[in-house]
Every structure is written in structure tokens, then in C-alpha cells.
Design a protein around this ligand. Structure first.
Ligand code: IMP
Length: 199
């Protein structure tokens, strides 16, 4: 995680519903700067390849949209939808595919674009599915990495920010489908509960 300013530390704002509050963890400016750097790193590794981005809906939409515009060169993208079985931190880790890819990835340089790597179980499932489709290269870009929570043995090739074990919203990330439109990544607090459950 980058440096937090004093101002960010104290600024707790009201959330969208009573009992909910948010505070900025990563500002819009920090996001923009880091996404630009990540795009440069990716292009350095694959200067000439057309890049095929696969976004995992819905959390990755803003990250993918910003990354795609920073990448330059030939870029295409596709989306998939998955859902995890089980609720809370004790999820069984089973992942179900709701929407598969629209186009073949065989022989392509593929970049899986995810909002956050938490337990890593979703990514592990996705990589298994994608590897079977025989891409030329398969890489992972995540905006946020909650290293502490990792269960599955997966690592992002490109990670934006390592963050503490906090529930975050904004820049595409939601709590109960809300807060995705916050321009910053924020920590969400719920009155009377230490942490929202992760579904
Ligand atoms: P994993 O399979 O445990 O790595 O879970 C990844 C998914 O869990 C992400 O794509 C998010 O949808 C969700 N998730 C994990 N942590 C958070 C969080 O702090 N805020 C919002 N969603 C989260």
C-alpha cells in the first residue's frame, strides 16, 4: 500500500445507508498513477503482442477500462461472470461459471484482470479454465492484493496495491451491489459489526 496522508487517515465519511461509513484507502489520483505504471510494466513485457484482456464482472470494470486505455497498442477484451458458493469468510471455495468467454483465447496473449485477490480461490479456478483453452501467454493483473487472506496458491503477475485485511469498496468494488461508483478505494465500516461478510 502506498503512503497514506494524514488527511485520509482521519476522514471518515458517511456511507450510503445509516450505520455505514467509508474512509479513503487509495485515492483516485493514486489509482490513476498506479494503473499507468502497471500498463507500462505489462507493455514492457509484451511490447508487440496484441493483448486480450479478460475482465471478471463486475468488480473489474473500472480497472479494466482504465488499464486498457493506458496500455496502448492492440488491445481487445472479453468478460466473464463467476459466482462463489458459500457465504462469509468460510466460503467453500467452489466457483461456478455464470457466463463464459465470447471468443476463443487460443494462441492469444491473455491478461486476466481482477479487482482483488483475496483467498485466491476464484483466480485459481479461472486460471485452470483458461489454461485448458491454450492461450499463448496467460498473465494476471489485479488492482488490490489482500496477501494475508490467501488460501489458494496463486500469485498475480502484476499487482497494484497490497492492502490490509479490510473490506474495501469503490472503483468497481461493491458491498451488496452498492458503492461501486466511488472514485476512490475506501474501507467500509458497518456500525455494530467489525467487518462486512465477504460473499
Ligand atoms: P477470492 O476468490 O477470495 O480471491 O475472492 C475474490 C472476490 O471476492 C473478488 O473478486 C471480490 O468480488 C470479492 N472480494 C474480496 N474481498 C473484497 C473486498 O474487500 N471488497 C469487495 N469485494 C471483495
Amino acid at each position: 500500500m502506498g503512503k497514506e496522508t494524514k488527511k485520509q487517515k482521519v476522514k471518515e465519511k458517511k456511507g450510503h445507508r445509516s450505520g455505514e461509513s467509508v474512509r479513503v484507502l487509495i485515492s483516485q489520483a493514486q489509482l490513476r498513477q498506479r494503473v499507468r505504471q502497471m500498463a507500462r510494466e505489462i507493455r514492457r513485457d509484451f511490447p508487440d503482442d496484441p493483448l486480450h484482456l479478460i475482465g471478471v464482472l463486475k468488480g473489474s470494470v473500472f480497472f479494466l477500462a482504465d488499464l486498457a486505455r493506458e496500455l496502448g497498442g492492440e488491445v481487445s477484451f472479453d468478460f466473464m461472470v463467476v459466482s462463489s458458493y458459500g457465504k462469509g469468510a468460510d466460503s467453500t471455495g467452489e466457483v461456478k461459471m455464470i457466463k463464459d468467454l465470447d471468443v476463443s483465447i487460443e494462441g492469444k496473449t491473455v491478461l486476466v484482470v481482477e479487482d482483488i485477490l483475496d483467498t485466491g480461490l476464484t483466480m485459481k479456478f479461472l486460471l485452470r479454465v483458461f489454461e485448458e483453452k491454450k492461450p499463448k501467454h496467460l498473465r494476471v493483473a489485479v488492482l488490490l492484493d489482500k496477501v494475508e487472506r490467501r488460501i489458494a496458491d496463486v500469485k498475480a503477475d502484476y499487482a497494484g496495491f497490497s492492502i490490509p485485511n479490510e473490506f474495501v469498496v469503490g472503483y468497481g468494488l461493491d458491498y451488496d451491489e452498492r458503492y461501486r461508483n466511488l472514485p476512490d478505494v475506501c474501507i467500509l465500516r458497518l456500525a455494530g459489526r467489525a467487518k462486512p461478510l465477504i460473499e
